[in-house]
Ligand binder design. Sequence first.
Ligand SMILES: [Zn+2]
Length: 385
Amino acid sequence: MRKYYLLFWGLIFWMLSTVLQAQTHVRYLQNQTPTYAEMIQFYEDVSSRYADAKWMKVGLTDSGFPLHILVLDKKQRFDPENHPEQVVLLINNGIHPGEPCGIDASMHWVYETLTNNLLSENLIVVIIPAYNVGGMLQRNRVSRANQNGPEEYGFRGNAQNLDLNRDFIKCDAQNTQAFYEVFRTWKPHVFVDTHTSNGADYQHVFTLLSTQKDKIHPALGDYMRDRLEPYIYQHMQEKGFPVIPYVNSIDQIPDRGIKAYMDYPRYSTGYAALFNTMGFTSEAHMFKSFRERVLATKAFIQILVEYMKTNGSELEDLKKTVNALTADGLTFPIDWKWNDTLTVPVKYMGYEASFSPSRITGHPRFFTIATNPLPTAFNSTTDTT
Ligand SMILES: [Zn+2]
């Protein structure tokens, strides 16, 4: 009888924990993002349930709490020194915890992938669930007041009030030292840093900032431009999230185009590029609903995973080749200039712009008329040496 009693309560406990876990990874559907403690609990739960997942501590952050990673490896080796014929995707979330769509997108993606046994043997996915732990702990409702949800979120600065996405060279934060450890240990083939945008308005839910292709090795730059990016753009379009490069407008209205973003190594993708890793900063649009932003970011992660599963050996060969060429290099350019004569056309779905006098200053104030979608095409410039 006692055996059945234990079994009964064990079943109840399992059902309850399953329900709670389910709530955490889809909290974004209610315009909410988990607290730090809830997120940690979620990852501890999934890693204890699934042998393909390992939850690890990797150094400290300025908050005094450790930095964690979740490693997904269907071969269950979890060994950065020994993973032949496997490529590595590294996803960094919550560097700006006020922009948490990647935190939620990764949780839901992990849950779906593990419960449906969708991992592939040739791909290791390493996830930093929340990089800026101190910022995530400073939960508030006001530091991104013009962002459309979630109801509460973390703060941009870390425990030292540093912007961690400007710290990858000066390395003032313990978070950055821990990141070096993760990055240099796992040597990812592709790196993603998830964000939410900070200003411009347009119809797209999702924008993408790729590593500046002219400042990385030509073989890597060409591959990104000709293979990986077209795949991402095509599949995001098919999933209902047409992508535009990050809207870094030349003028206030982007009629003259978007200026390519120069990701110096102080930024995460610029740092990744120093190691011949293709980097992407995803920027979901701050005015779209939190739900849409999370779903777009999750779709992006899934698309990258599919690409890496299918093209793993090609990515591995490319990285080896470019690493060897870099090792043999004698000179390395480190200074760059914007060339506004090189342009590529992009399809931009904007809104009609208008200017009205400000009631305070009397000067013209810029508005977009969101009810007037204006599909337009224009040229985007590209940086070069
Ligand atoms: Zn950001």
